[in-house]
Design a protein. Structure first.
Lengths: 321, 345, 305
């Protein structure tokens, strides 16, 4: 069966007075119908930009400079703005990182949810209210009727995020791009929201592109994952396989850096150095400057994503057989 | 704090400021060099007459008592007498105020109706030609001296083109042949209400230049403030979220973002209303418009000092009240200001 | 944070601006042609004002000496801006008017900023009832429309430039007091101030050596930009008859003197002084706008990535 989303060799560039910032340099991955796909990496690696690029909402002056984004087989990058507007919020929805910033402070929850439903013709008249209450209740929000009249700032962070997810689900989208949906929430609430997401995803067979910096979250909830570094995917594949048989020094470094309760009292292993500036044009592997296994070829030739196992690719000269 | 508490607090502050304003004008009026009694009666008044006036006006009482008397008199509407017209200032203002209000209200309305949409469009099209032109034009608008701008337009529209009259509220012909029956004091309203269309047209022609000159600053300011506020608003996450939900640009601009972005403009409009009354002083001189502005200008020339105090006082109080009103409107629009605590999950 | 003197700090900042980093605020500012133009205009204006007596063949007329023989001549090569009702060369009058405008404006700005800064710093630093009292006073003064209050105060005394300047200053200072107070309050809680207090440094010293140097730069910039508004207010006062008595040169007074003459077609009498006023004020405002755009990337309309 054809994946509902196919990103192929996507390039995004932000022109600045100091030069072009290459936010994405040739990113490719596929998401299947109803799949939970993790996009993981540090801040600035391009994961948020990927989500925006798919919806063609990259913040100006940034722009997509190459590649294809196939949604149900049709290239989104070739569509007109009108056509994109039909898709956004209806077939592809986005859940934002900071729910208190993503909800309009001057409109009630009810107004915002019904606004989306009205826009996409999903319901009319009295049915609008019913569906809104339904969506909110499905997200575990009790007293949904009263909630409709509330303003965003009257709700806690967890409730706000549930509302956001309700808004993404109320139109029966095929794909939800969840950009760090739990980063702004308390740890205990985080788990609740993630569980909810997984449950809803399975109930409604909705694909979710889960963007996060938290490896633990990915390991718990996702079926497949793509690891980003400096605008490129360095490792990609099934979650199980990838985390148990990591085949890229960066991913290994990330996992090794996680505190292990068995090694209490030892120093945390860090990845040496820091992420290079996105303004530099790097020939060769982006991670070369910090890799402990770096070889001469790594600095000269950019390693392509090659299969290193069953449903497992890595962009590393070490593992290129 | 609840909406009620917030409003009460603002009201209290407003009253306090009004009291302070009264104190300042009182102090100023007592600082005037020269004997107020003599100023009122003229240089040839007899000592008995002077003493009588002093008694009548309470000028011999200790200062705090005078201040209290002053406040009480002001609250009752007694603002003193004009040396020039020899009438109670309040009576003069009753005639002059509507004339000025006609100009100022028209100018402010024009500013909102024209300025806000242009500002919104400027924010939407930022960086492009429309925006650059609007930047220079609006800065010119807030920089141009009102009295010079008025002269320039007079030069163009009266002297060169003969399209519009030189000044005044209505032409002599209308005054003599089609006088307007005064109800509200506004010529436009009164002429329309009484069906006096000849006079109405005449009044409109006379209003065009003064209102336009007076409106230049408010319109420019409204455009700039709206644009700046909208640019800020448009960069907020909830706007991107709205786009991601598929709402179209026009709806986002004029319904969602505008509600969020209009607050600073509304606040400034209150300020602008007061500024316009001040600007009216300059504009009314040029167009010989019989309003508070020219009343004030005549008072300056004739050293009719109590008129100055009275006009300043009245305008300031109007200004304070308008600012209070703007606060209240903002509280009505923005729920965050009035509603209190958050609910826990 | 070591107490570097205010002067040293500002000089360092200025020299650093001469070759700016691309993408920095100063870099944008240098590329903003309109802002650069406005700086040129202002510098030109100052030069014209300073060298006025040498730039015109009619310096005495500029100062006010009449020459009835040449009255009300339209613009010509001998008199590029024409002559006024008393026969004086309008160009000369405009040049000398620039001097009046600058002197008046600078005086107003210096005095009101000084006074406002002191009061604002005291209010912001000490807080409590001192702050309340000072803030209520500024509230009351800020409630008045500045021009009206200035006109009223100026009318109370003898008409004259000094009186006008005093009147305007009295309406101007509360604004700066507010600004400085806000800045001081935000700096007051910084570590180095608390440290200085902990050591027992005298409060006044703290204000002048630690707090003020850090907050003054934006205030001074604002004050310089407000020079345009000060000049406008002075000319408005002169226009209604308060301010310099004739025959001294003042743009606002010139517009007033000349305004009845346009009915007879002698358009040049009020037009040129008013134009000078407009150009000056516009230059200040464009400059201020340019600075604001350079300092605030969001206002440029460039989104953050």
């Amino acid at each position: 069966m054809e994946p509902i989303l196919q990103v192929q060799d996507l390039h995004v560039v932000f022109p600045t007075p100091r030069g072009d910032v290459r936010a994405l340099s040739g990113v490719s991955f596929d998401i299947e119908k109803g799949q939970m796909y993790g996009i993981v990496g540090e801040s600035g690696c391009g994961k948020t930009v990927t989500g925006r690029a798919i919806l063609r909402l990259v913040t100006p002056p940034g722009k997509v400079t190459g590649g294809r984004v196939l949604f149900h087989g049709a290239d989104l990058l070739l569509k007109s703005e009108d056509e994109m507007r039909q898709l956004r919020g209806r077939r592809i929805s986005m859940v934002f990182q900071d729910p208190s910033a993503a909800l309009n402070p001057l409109f009630t929850i009810g107004q915002q949810i019904t606004g989306i439903m009205k826009r996409h013709g999903v319901a009319q008249g009295a049915a609008l209210r019913e569906r809104a209450i339904e969506s909110l209740t499905a997200l575990g929000l009790g007293e949904a009727e009263q909630l409709l009249c509330c303003y965003p700032h009257q709700l806690s962070g967890g409730m706000q995020q549930r509302v956001m997810i309700a808004m993404a689900l109320c139109v029966e989208a095929d794909l939800i791009i969840a950009d760090e949906p739990t980063s702004c929430l308390d740890v205990t609430i985080q788990f609740q929201i993630l569980d909810l997401l997984v449950k809803l995803q399975q109930e409604r067979t909705v694909a979710i592109m889960l963007i996060t910096h938290d490896l633990g979250v990915v390991a718990e909830t996702c079926e497949r994952v793509a690891v980003f570094y400096l605008g490129r995917i360095v490792e990609r594949g099934g979650v199980r396989n990838l985390f148990h048989h990591t085949k890229h020094p960066y991913t290994q470094g990330l996992l090794a850096a996680l505190p292990d309760p068995r090694n209490w009292g030892t120093t945390l292993k860090m990845i040496p150095g820091s992420v290079p500036s996105a303004l530099e044009l790097i020939a060769g592997c982006a991670f070369a400057s910090r890799c402990e296994y770096v070889m001469d070829i790594c600095r000269r030739v950019e390693p392509p994503l090659l299969p290193v196992g069953d449903d497992h690719l890595s962009a590393c000269h070490l593992y290129a057989s | 704090m609840s909406r009620g508490e917030y409003l009460l607090r603002r009201l209290g502050l407003g009253l306090f400021v009004i009291l302070g304003v009264l104190l300042v004008t009182f102090v100023l009026s007592r600082v005037v060099p020269g004997d107020p009694a003599r100023l009122y009666l003229g240089p040839r008044a007899s000592p008995t007459a002077l003493e009588q006036v002093r008694q009548d006006f309470g000028l011999n009482d200790p200062l705090p008592k005078q201040f209290v008397g002053y406040v009480v008199k002001t609250l009752r509407g007694d603002l003193g007498y004009s040396f020039r017209t020899k009438r109670p200032i309040l009576k003069d203002l009753r005639v002059r105020l509507p004339a000025t209000m006609e100009l100022v209200i028209s100018a402010t309305l024009l500013a909102l109706v024209l300025g806000v949409p242009v500002g919104v469009l400027g924010a939407a099209k930022r960086g492009r030609a429309f925006d650059q032109i609007s930047r220079i034009t609006t800065i010119a608008g807030v920089s141009i001296p009102a009295f010079w701008w008025a002269l320039l337009l007079q030069l163009l529209f009266f002297l060169t083109l003969h399209w519009l009259p030189l000044g005044g509220r209505v032409s002599q012909q209308v005054q003599l042949q089609h006088p307007i029956k005064l109800i509200t004091g506004s010529y436009l309203i009164d002429a329309a209400v009484t069906g006096n269309w000849f006079a109405w047209r005449d009044a409109v022609l006379h209003m065009i230049l003064p209102v336009f000159v007076l409106a230049t600053y408010p319109i420019s300011l409204a455009v700039r403030m709206t644009r700046a506020s909208m640019v800020d608003t448009l960069s907020e996450t909830y706007v991107t979220a709205a786009r991601a939900a598929g709402l179209n640009e026009r709806e986002i601009l004029f319904r969602l973002a505008l509600k969020n972005g209009i607050a600073p403009t509304l606040t400034v409009m209150g300020l602008v209303f007061a500024y316009s009354i001040t600007g009216a002083v300059l504009v009314e001189i040029i167009f010989t418009w019989p309003g508070m502005g020219s009343y004030m200008a005549d008072a300056i020339l004739n050293k009719d000092i109590y008129v100055l105090f009275a006009v300043t006082l009245v305008v300031t109080i109007i200004y304070i009240l308008i600012n209070l009103a703007v606060d209240f409107i903002q509280a009505a629009i923005d729920p965050r200001i009035r509603i209190g605590r958050e609910r826990e999950a | 944070m070591a107490p570097v003197s205010l002067g040293r700090r500002m000089l360092g900042g200025f020299l650093g601006r001469l070759r700016p980093e691309p993408g920095s605020g100063v870099w944008y500012f240098r590329r903003d042609r309109v802002a650069m133009l406005s700086i040129t205009v202002l510098v030109l204006m100052v030069l014209l004002a300073v060298f006025a007596p040498w730039l015109t063949p009619y310096p005495a007329q500029g100062r006010g000496t009449p020459n009835i023989a040449t009255k009300l001549q339209s613009p010509s090569t001998a008199h590029p801006f024409g002559t006024d009702p008393l026969g004086r060369d309008v160009l000369a009058r405009v040049l000398f008017g620039a001097r009046t405008a600058l002197i008046a404006g600078i005086t107003i700005q210096v005095v009101s900023t000084l006074f406002g800064t002191v009061l604002g710093a005291v209010a912001g630093y000490f807080g409590g009832w001192v702050d309340e009292v000072i803030m209520r006073i500024t509230d009351v003064f800020l409630a008045f429309p500045p021009l009206l209050l200035a006109m009223t105060i100026a009318s109370v005394g003898e008409p004259g430039l000094g009186n006008s300047i005093l009147a305007i200053t009295m309406t101007w200072w509360p604004w700066y007091a507010r600004l400085v107070r806000g800045q001081v309050m935000s700096v007051r809680e910084r570590e180095y101030v608390k440290a200085a207090r902990g050591i027992g440094v005298n409060d006044l010293k703290i204000i002048f050596r630690h707090v003020l140097p850090n907050v003054m730069t934006p205030i001074l910039v604002q004050s310089t930009l407000d020079l345009g508004a000060a000049i406008l207010t002075v000319s408005a006062l002169s226009f209604v008859g308060l301010g310099v008595p004739p025959p001294a040169p003042d743009w606002g007074a010139m517009v007033n003197e000349g305004r009845t003459y346009i009915q007879n077609g002698r358009w040049w009498v009020p037009t040129f002084p008013g134009l000078a006023l407009f150009v000056t004020i516009m230059a200040f405002n464009l400059l201020g706008d340019g600075i604001q755009l350079a300092a605030n990337p969001k206002a440029r309309g460039v989104g953050a990535s």
